[in-house]
Ligand binder design. Sequence first.
Ligand SMILES: [Zn+2]
Ligand SMILES: [Zn+2]
Length: 333
Amino acid sequence: VYAFSLQLTKLAKIIVNTNNFMKSDFSVRILGRSSAIPTQHSFPSSQFITHYNTGFLVDCGEACQIQIRRNGISMNHIRHIFISHLHGDHYFGLFGLLSSMNLLGRKRALHIYAHPKLEHILRFIFVQNGDGIKFPLIFHALSHENKQLILETKRLNVYAFPLRHRIPTCGFLFLEKPKMRNIRPDAIEKYELNHLEIRRAKMGKDLFRDGEKLAENVELCYPQEACFSYAYCSDTSYDSKTAEYVKNVDLMYHEATFAKDMLHKEEAKYHSTAGEAARVASEANAKNLIIGHFSTRYQSIQPLLDEARAIFPNTVAAQENFLYDVSTGLKME
Ligand SMILES: [Zn+2]
Ligand SMILES: [Zn+2]
């Protein structure tokens, strides 16, 4: 009986661990990790970010909608699309995606955050198309000058920040808002807390009655859960300001188009090497780094990964269709 119950305990632990491994409230799925030209097995930049039940698409390179289908993502689940800049490898997939949303009878509003020129391009294309876009499309123009708050949801703030590229380009920072503390049932009983006092305690306040402090917040609540953050650093040359914009980020994606052999070449002027991506992650005090936007000149990504890891060991190379947990930087599934 003892041996059997031991087995059950082990099994329970495995189930718990598996659940922890599988479940994430904040994740990034890589839909495309390539720069410029799509190949048979790799696609231009695109990522799907999930935060609780809200889906965000970041960049929309060609074949993005095929990758969306391949990964079982519902198009209706996408509420917000962020386009870093107007180079084709970051937005040529948008026309097909919006057309499909139209054909599927989308009713839900869709928010697009991009350079103001994109609004004109979209209107032109869809007017030519005859039908226009039949669902509410809300366009948010990015300024590309300073770090700015561009979206606030119940649990998350999204910022855009400028990068250094051939044309105006933004990175995006997804930052969780401070989470409400969980109240201790024994504290409710001990202090006979009313609804207002519970709400105040959950917001981190101490307990006061008649101007007198009765209890510190730590007596009333469990420790506050950590807040996590994800930064998407699209096409850019090395810029020391990037690290300031995303200081202490948990998971950073940074372009690493080239290896150091291309460092001073004209072709690489507005892009980063793997070493430079790692330097930004290190200067930002990031916890984990994903490098991507690889040039098709590299048959193997390993030299780029080695170059980055020599500077920032917690680096992985983006893989198409892989899902990464923002809090740990680990691959899931
Ligand atoms: Zn690009
Ligand atoms: Zn570009």
